[in-house]
Design a protein around this ligand. Structure first.
Ligand SMILES: Nc1ncnc2c1ncn2[C@@H]1O[C@H](COP(=O)(O)OP(=O)(O)O)[C@@H](O)[C@H]1O
Ligand SMILES: [Mg+2]
Length: 309
């Protein structure tokens, strides 16, 4: 946040200081890990998409997962959330293995991920999208999952959905088709819907993608409010300004592995991270600052080699 912007009221950070004394090294133990990953691998044919030796996610913190295109972030995210199965290795939630647990069962154990509004969901009113979140499962078979839930506890679920719409300033869109929402409003619905199961871990897949800059601060405030609630947040994000703003800790992937971990400031100064981004094709303004820094360094040291390029 720069000095010329008005400072919005910030939700408190209950884990401020939680990473004091934690070394910015891949695989470093955390004081109170909620999620632990051991020796996870996933191959697609001959391609090793994910190969993570050890990762601990601190309870109650906002952890960002970053890395160049093709680094394995989405695949790793899918392995963590039960949407894909690893070839080997384990994932533990609160010390219990969740390695091959299906997504809707993970939801009942406290872990949910956001889903982008698919075509089918855009043809439903916002309130019905919210009710779907109560199943913790929004896949192809969501109707089968949904019907018993609706029959059982419709009034309760609707009241909860309305309360969340209120919290996310979406009450006026309640009965509109989700397809009429702006990009930012869609992201808010995705986040609000994920809270229908009152999760302890919320996994956000590119929460800021396609969001109008005017809504960015509001969305970031909502992510911070999840942490203020005491929830753990893990998110994949391309925008380094967003990562710097809201993350307590950053995990960097490249070629399937974790190449760096640390506080946002550690990461933006890390040579391995800069090399990983510059050594790969990317199509956005991702790490623009790093590129500029690198360009300046190259101006200063004309012969400096880049062994990862
Ligand atoms: N279903 C799949 N089949 C084959 N290759 C895949 C599949 N999903 C991902 N990959 C490959 O695995 C690597 C990691 O992809 P991904 O996890 O999507 O990376 P990221 O999200 O970091 O951009 C890429 O080389 C990608 O092409
Ligand atoms: Mg991806």
């Amino acid at each position: 946040m720069t000095a010329d912007q008005p400072a919005p009221a910030q939700p408190v950070n209950p884990v401020a200081g939680a990473f004091d004394g934690v070394d910015p090294e891949p695989g470093v133990p955390k004081p109170d890990p909620i999620l632990v990953v051991d020796d996870i691998t996933k191959h697609f044919g001959g391609l090793r998409a994910v190969d993570v030796h050890h990762l601990e996610i601190q309870r109650g913190a906002i952890t960002a997962l970053i890395g160049p295109n093709g680094a394995g972030k989405t695949t790793f995210f899918n392995l963590l959330t039960g949407f894909d199965r690893p070839d080997s290795g384990s994932v533990y939630l609160n010390g219990e293995s969740i390695t091959r647990v299906a997504p809707h069962r993970l939801a009942s154990r406290g872990m949910v991920r956001t889903f982008q509004l698919t075509k089918a969901l855009t043809r439903m009113p916002v309130i019905d999208n919210m009710k779907l979140g109560a199943t913790g499962q929004i896949g192809e078979h969501f109707w089968q999952a949904l019907l018993p839930v609706w029959r059982r506890q419709e009034a309760e679920i609707e009241a909860q959905a309305d309360a969340l719409l209120e919290r996310f300033n979406l009450t006026h869109m309640r009965d509109e088709y989700a397809g009429t929402l702006s990009g930012g409003q869609r992201k808010l619905v995705e986040m609000a819907r994920a809270l229908m199961t009152d999760p302890t871990i919320v996994m956000l897949d590119e929460p800021m993608a396609g969001v109008n800059p005017a809504l960015t601060q509001s969305l970031l405030g909502h992510v911070k409010s999840l942490r203020a609630d005491g929830r753990t947040v893990i998110f994949v994000e391309h925008d380094m300004d967003v990562v710097q703003d809201i993350s307590d800790w950053v995990v960097v992937m490249a070629e399937g592995a974790i190449i760096a971990e640390g506080r946002p400031d550690d990461i933006s100064a890390d040579e391995r991270v800069i090399d990983a981004y510059l050594g790969s094709h990317h199509d956005s303004d991702l790490f623009e600052e790093f590129e500029n820094e690198q360009a300046n360094e190259q101006d200063n040291e004309p012969g400096s080699p880049d062994e990862h390029a």
